[in-house]
Design a protein around this ligand. Structure first.
Ligand code: AMP
Length: 303
């Protein structure tokens, strides 16, 4: 089934205790689309870039069969930029700089052929833009949404309006606490689910992810890796693997949601192994299945 991905396309300046990576291709929708591309051939992107986004960058997306007709290029503008620095434990980071650039005046237009997309993935981006995209979709089967503290703190009312129209919401633990106003994640989940999304995933970095549905809570571990180079995009890569799995199987029930969380976790574990998109742009299906199996083994007690 087809997936429409909207979110940022970016150049990131990344600093980690183990090295720096300036001018690195990133952005929420870039990571989501690359990750989901291992599960379906029908990925359509809507976004905006500046003159500094070259044919080479587009080629990388095309090499994964991603349709970029919905990406507008502003010839006299600059692509969104983000700079972040990771702390020693690699689990927390500071945003050093956010430059909206071409996103400041972006008016998203969803091409006619994308409007019947079954799965809509609203990647981390201004919640007002997320709604503008939703308004152009005919009858989505599932709306999945991600965000970050920048928008939770900067545009809380707009975000709440978006959430009323979202089926599945994905955020990390610190963002859940800020959005709900409660330090306890189980209580936070109840408060956030009451805002709209009946299915909620709270990511906890190296401690895995929690899935909340009407039928209870599912806990997935994170893959214990010895070398983590760059966590940037891990959350978006998780979302891409998760939605990719759902669109591949075409069914949304508790079992497939749980499997989706494990596929998302498997994809995220690849993402952090190299800087930027390097690792997730060059995977093969066999290694994804192997890692998925390793995830199952992590908590197996029988058989
Ligand atoms: P993640 O590590 O999964 O939270 O995603 C990191 C990506 O999000 C980076 O590639 C950034 O370019 C992008 N990003 C950071 N801040 C924002 C923002 N305020 N709006 C949209 N995208 C952002």
């Amino acid at each position: 089934m087809s997936i429409l991905v909207v979110g940022s396309l970016a150049f990131d300046d990344i600093e980690t205790p183990f090295g720096n990576s300036p001018d690195t291709l990133g952005g929420s929708s870039t990571y989501i689309a690359l990750s989901a591309s291992y599960f379906t051939d029908e990925i359509n992107m809507v976004g905006v870039v500046g003159a500094d986004f070259t044919d080479e960058h587009f080629s990388l997306l095309h090499s994964r069969n991603i349709d970029t007709k919905g990406i507008q290029k502003v010839d006299n503008g600059k692509t969104f930029r983000w700079a972040g620095r990771y702390h020693y434990d690699m689990n927390t980071r500071d945003t050093l700089d956010t430059q909206l650039n071409v996103f400041a005046d972006f008016d998203p237009h969803v091409p006619e052929q994308y409007r019947k997309s079954e799965f809509v993935c609203l990647g981390n981006i201004d919640p007002e833009l997320q709604v503008k995209v939703l308004d152009q979709i005919t009858a989505p089967k599932m709306v999945i949404c991600d965000t970050m503290n920048f928008w939770i703190e900067g545009k809380p009312e707009e975000l709440k309006k978006t959430l009323e129209r979202v089926d599945i919401f994905i955020i990390n633990d610190s963002e859940a606490r800020i959005l709900s106003g409660d330090p306890n994640l189980v209580k936070s989940a109840r408060i956030i689910r009451a805002m709209g999304p009946k299915i909620l995933i709270i990511k906890k970095g190296e401690h895995g992810a929690l899935l909340f549905t009407d039928n209870g809570i599912f806990v997935a571990p994170a893959y214990p890796l010895e070398s983590i180079y760059d966590p940037t995009g891990a959350g978006d890569t998780f979302a891409g693997g998760f939605i990719g799995h759902l669109s591949r199987c075409g069914t949304v029930n508790d079992l497939e949601l749980r499997k989706g969380v494990l596929y998302g976790s498997a994809m995220a574990s690849f993402c952090v192994e190299k800087f930027g998109t390097d690792r997730i742009a060059s995977l093969d299906l066999l290694e994804i299945e192997d890692r998925y199996q390793s995830f199952l083994d992590l908590s197996r007690t029988e058989g």
